[in-house]
Design a protein around this ligand. Sequence first.
Ligand code: SAH
Ligand code: SF4
Length: 338
Amino acid sequence: MLIYDVTKEELIEFLVTNGHKKYRADQIWHWVYKQKISDFKEMNNMPNDLIELLAQNYKLNALELVLQHRSQDGTLKCLYSLHDGHLIESVLMKQHYGNSICVTTQVGCNIGCSFCASGQLKKKRDLTAGEIIAQIIETEKLLKERINYVVVMGIGEPFDNYENLMKFLTIINDPKGLSIGARHITVSTSGIVPKIKEYAHMGMQVNLAISLHAPNNEIRSKLMKINQAYPVEEVIDAIKYYLKVANRRVTIEYILIDEVNDMDEVAHELVKVLRGLNVYVNLIPYNEVLEAPYKRSKIEQQLRFYDILKKNRIQVTLRKEQGHDINAACGQLRSQHL
Ligand code: SAH
Ligand code: SF4
């Protein structure tokens, strides 16, 4: 087991069971999450028997770097190998407000959206909380800078790995853990309705993003087969529920695909669906993927779509294209490598 998979409570229990003092837990967390050690021997204020006990029971190095790719704008894509050889991807983006990382939660994804590179690779397994945390720590070491924003938008459906996701969020948010502010964390889901409702009650100020991509079932079902289980009306109801319970603005992700979901009338329909909700729409020009039949929206149409939303007083941003495109970045490096 990775040391990053252990909650503070579990660590205390482990220490006490093995005849050590409780307060060692804080010291260990300091070494693990603040000093970011790669070897327990680096803990120079610990008794040797404790160092040995930890080394016998827990691992520190979860990921091996297979490939890294730096773009001119500072984006750093990392392909990591897990202990069992599975490949995952993390993408670091330099923003004007700080360093933001996009992390992977599963090896592959079973939701199988027709436009997505990750969805073309069936899920092999879930990542543990520690394996998700390790992506942040390893990437910080490569970058030699602190990462202060996290988006859970890499490979996988985070709400299909819910328990590990919650553990991950708790540990990275803990002031004695990675101490990443809840408001600096965003989780993106394809719209698993019961989990959106559960998430509404989780009590942390973490942001929620919903991949809507279409205002009606006809288009959405073509893009996302999950829409057959949780159609647009139910996703919208779940968003309303979340807005009421969590009282936090929701991000609507909307990829713009040429002549599939980017027409003027579709924009007007989206306005109707979202009117009155405390949401903001993030328009993302589609990144073309091998084996998927879709094309990116033409730039004029992207702007028209944006204008229609804007003129109808829907809060909206249009993401500028670059290596900056997190979503597209995530999953594509891996599928190319395979
Ligand atoms: N499974 C979750 C989170 C990972 S995908 C979800 O679907 O929300 C993160 C975002 O990237 C989603 O909004 C997804 O629709 C988008 N995405 C996937 N493939 C893309 C591509 N080729 N170009 C642009 N965005 C893409
Ligand atoms: Fe899975 Fe998200 Fe890709 Fe859909 S878009 S296949 S849910 S990773």
